[in-house]
Design a protein around this ligand. Structure first.
Ligand SMILES: Nc1ncnc2c1ncn2[C@@H]1O[C@H](COP(=O)(O)OP(=O)(O)OP(=O)(O)O)[C@@H](O)[C@H]1O
Ligand SMILES: [Mg+2]
Length: 335
């Protein structure tokens, strides 16, 4: 599979009054043509900072310290803003959790779509209106003529998110980064939006990076999963490898603590403790303080990745040949 996106050893820090916060620490992953990669992990693990780094939409206080982000073989980290503007929205589009923050409340829906089309596709007004109607139809908005004249507050949350997706799709981007795109929506609408993203992917061959807290969504949408903890990817694999053959105790804990779609009375077990302070991250494994299996070596040394298949690798000392054999607690995603 040809990699459309290749992130390698990415390090991103915030420089605050209180010092440096190492939000993303040596993150590497790739995204192939037409595939969906899910990024999962607790709040604060660096998922959004990773996705904003790819789009070069980081806050002024943040800096990509090192590493590489290759899009179609082109390095994005050092790319001047002017050239980045040709990639952002056109080649790689980002959908945020809350559609209200991505839409301009003072502009009609139509105008917001036309602006994108005119800017990136250099379309004339007549052509842009035709394409805007097409896009609204594509994302399943009834009465598109009427909707184009309305303002965001006149639409429901689900409809607003469809508009955000329509805008993201306006230029047929090769990559769609969706950062918790359905968290703010109710379950039925959530399922419709995800279905829509899948349809679009099948039709247009779009590659998707999907950030979500919901394992049901991961199972339904993704082919591969990256598990993030304290700014690092601690494990990555296919959905089956992560769900059923996870190697990292954090992955085990996460599986038990995340909600699964269609399982109503699932009891969620929170992982005791909190993630480390990223202004002074631990020298060894970042999960050591919360890990029931921690050994002496885990405190002082970061484990290297061990490869379990072409697609599956994990960074945990338990996988070292000298470590005691530990079975994951209960098969099937329990902690
Ligand atoms: N503006 C900022 N200044 C300083 N630190 C920040 C800033 N924004 C984020 N961080 C730090 O970067 C780390 C990663 O944040 P990020 O937003 O990527 O987390 P996340 O995985 O997306 O979490 P969530 O699931 O809550 O969205 C956090 O530990 C956070 O404290
Ligand atoms: Mg986030």
């Amino acid at each position: 599979m040809n990699n459309l996106l290749e992130v390698k050893d990415l390090q991103v820090s915030f420089f605050t009054y209180a010092g440096e916060v190492q939000a993303v620490r040596d993150v590497s992953f790739s995204l192939g043509q037409g595939e969906t990669l899910a990024i999962v992990g607790e709040s604060g693990s660096g998922k959004s900072v990773t996705s904003k780094s790819i789009m070069k939409l980081l806050a002024k206080t943040a800096k990509i310290k090192s590493g590489s982000i290759l899009f179609e073989g082109k390095e994005l980290t050092g790319l001047p803003e002017k050239q980045m503007q040709n990639i952002r929205g056109k080649e790689i589009a980002l959908i945020f959790q809350d559609p209200m923050t991505s839409l301009n409340p003072t502009m009609t829906i139509g105008k917001q779509i036309y602006e994108v089309l005119k800017k990136h596709q250099s379309m004339a007004t007549a052509q842009a209106s035709k394409r805007a109607l097409e896009l609204l139809e594509q994302v399943g908005i009834p009465n598109p003529e009427k909707r184009l004249k309305q303002y965001p507050h006149q639409l429901s949350g689900g409809m607003r998110q469809r508009i955000v997706i329509a805008i993201a799709l306006a230029c047929n981007p090769k990559i769609l980064i969706a950062d918790e795109p359905t968290t703010a929506l109710d379950v039925t609408i959530q399922a419709q939006i995800l279905e829509l993203m899948k349809e679009i992917q099948t039709k247009l061959g779009t590659s998707i990076v999907l950030i979500t807290h919901d394992l049901g969504v991961v199972a339904n949408m993704a082919s591969r999963v990256a598990v993030m903890y304290a700014g690092k990817i601690v494990e990555t694999g296919t959905v089956d490898e992560i769900f059923y053959e996870g190697k990292h105790p954090y992955t085990w804990g996460l599986m038990a603590s995340m909600p699964k779609l269609h399982e109503k009375s699932e009891e969620l077990i929170a992982i005791p403790g909190t993630p480390p302070d990223l202004s002074d991250p631990p020298k060894g494994c970042p999960f050591v303080a919360r890990c029931s299996y921690a050994m002496e070596i885990c405190h002082g040394h970061m484990p290297a990745y061990t490869e379990h298949s072409d697609t599956h690798r994990a960074a945990c000392w338990l996988q070292d040949s000298r470590a005691p054999k530990v079975e994951r607690p209960i098969a099937g995603g329990e902690w």
